[in-house]
Design a protein around this ligand. Structure first.
Ligand code: FES
Ligand SMILES: [Fe+2]
Length: 437
């Protein structure tokens, strides 16, 4: 199939289809590495993961091994390629820690925490042209942060992060403003898991409201039994909205169906927490006014920051990033996020919510792994060429519609075919916009 036919987008008739080879072809994955992962901003980590001077983490970002380190000398964060300028070895072979220097284990070249080459065993063996500065660790061309979310780009000419985040910025604000000081932290540790599925299946799934009820019925019945649901979980869509936010970023925002530690109390959280959560709610209203406070407290949001960062602010708060290894295999890392002020029973509730639904052994994640691996297996059947992603294309997007998934694919298709676009939505809506309940 030629690239232009990978996505068929007929906004007039309301038909949107994606060719399945986009999920199975090694050639497509190669092109994605070149045209997408080498030119976007990609999520690296959260500033709270490296609070002290000398703290570092290593991570693969868009398939490339990198080091994030807070320098001993000046406390600045730096993103470095994790490869020895000598002959290639990984410099940092530990996932996280605190270091005075980095020493390559192969021939013991030593670098300081800003990346400068500071030690070469027997350096008299090198000629005059040997310049230590030139042999230092190389910085990733672009490294910027938005409210402690750290991103890198391999493209020196990528637009500034804030500009590129477009409408996703406001949605990140809604998450971070849960904290009275505007500071969130990653709860120590990460969930690392993998799926035998194409990475784009997880991008779709993370913002797919349509699958919630059928795929995760066990969870919803369990929560309903525990008295935590607003509405009857019989399959009605939760009221809310799907939105495209520009540059492939998309979100669904919907009425909370669960108790949220910020700031929606439900009986199963226990009487002891009632007053504390009410105080959080009052504080939100004081800081942001009734409307915005209620958006933060009462609404849930599933957000995809193109191409591979998900922030799900639901009964817990997860940050999830994923990278393709082969067309039918991806690696996923997920973190639990919380306001720095949250502690004790309230934090415990948040983490319990998180594990129950979002953890790799929770109620949801195994269901999703099964669903996505099943799609990938289904693709091998052949017979069907295109997936259908047309749901709700001719109406104002509801939470179970697929507008937000189309937003992702429109950006993907534009980048793959070397176009820039400014229109990620369906055709302009006619008629009144339904107010959100
Ligand atoms: S490869 Fe690192 S010191 Fe030789
Ligand atoms: Fe799911």
């Amino acid at each position: 199939v030629d690239l232009s036919e990978m996505v068929i987008d007929d906004r007039e008739r309301g038909s949107f289809r994606v060719h399945r080879s986009s999920m199975t072809s090694a050639e497509i994955l190669e092109l994605e590495r070149e045209r997408i992962f080498s030119h976007c901003w990609l999520y690296f980590g959260h500033a709270s993961e490296v609070p002290e001077r000398g703290d570092f983490i290593r991570r693969r970002v868009g398939g490339r091994p990198l080091i994030l380190v807070r320098s001993k000398k000046d406390g600045q964060l730096r993103a470095l390629f994790n490869t020895c300028p000598h002959r290639g070895s990984l410099i940092c072979r530990q996932d996280s820690g605190n270091a005075a220097v980095f020493q390559c284990f192969y021939h013991a070249w030593t670098f300081d925490t800003a990346g400068a080459l500071v030690g070469v065993p027997d350096d008299a063996a090198y000629g005059e042209c040997f310049d230590k500065q030139e042999r230092s660790l190389v910085h990733v061309p672009r490294f910027e942060s938005y409210r402690d979310f750290l991103f890198v780009s391999y493209d020196p000419d990528v637009p500034p992060l804030e500009e590129w985040l477009a409408g996703a910025r406001e949605n990140i604000d809604l998450v971070v403003d849960q904290s009275p000081s505007g500071r969130m932290r990653v709860i120590e540790g990460a969930h690392r898991y993998s799926m035998r599925a194409n990475w784009k299946l997880l991008a779709e799934n993370s913002i797919d409201g349509y699958h919630g009820m059928p795929t995760h019925q066990t969870y919803f019945s369990y929560i309903a039994d525990a008295g935590g649901l607003l509405d009857d979980p019989s399959g009605e869509a939760l009221p809310g909205r799907g939105r495209v936010l520009g540059n492939g970023h998309t979100t669904i925002e919907y009425a909370a169906a669960f108790g949220r530690p910020v700031a929606r109390w439900v009986p199963q959280m226990g009487e002891e927490l009632k007053a504390e959560i009410a105080a959080v709610r009052t504080d939100l209203i004081t800081r942001f006014g009734e409307d915005r406070a209620m958006r933060i407290a009462e609404r849930n949001r599933n957000m995809l920051i193109y191409p591979n960062l998900v922030i799900n602010d639901i009964m817990g708060l997860t940050v999830r990033t994923f990278n393709p290894v082969t067309p039918d295999f991806m690696e996923i890392t997920a973190f639990a996020l919380a306001p720095v002020e949250e502690a004790g029973e309230r934090l415990h509730t948040r983490l319990r919510n998180y594990l129950e639904f979002l953890g790799p052994a929770g109620f949801a994640t195994p269901d999703d792994v099964e669903a996505l691996e099943s799609c990938q297996l289904g693709f091998t059947a052949g017979g069907v060429e295109y997936n259908d992603i047309s749901r709700g294309m001719l109406r104002e997007a509801q939470t179970t519609d697929e507008l937000h998934i189309r937003g992702f694919w429109r950006q993907w298709h534009a980048q793959m075919t070397g176009r820039t676009i400014s229109d990620w939505g369906d055709r302009p809506l006619v008629g009144a916009v339904r107010a959100m309940p």
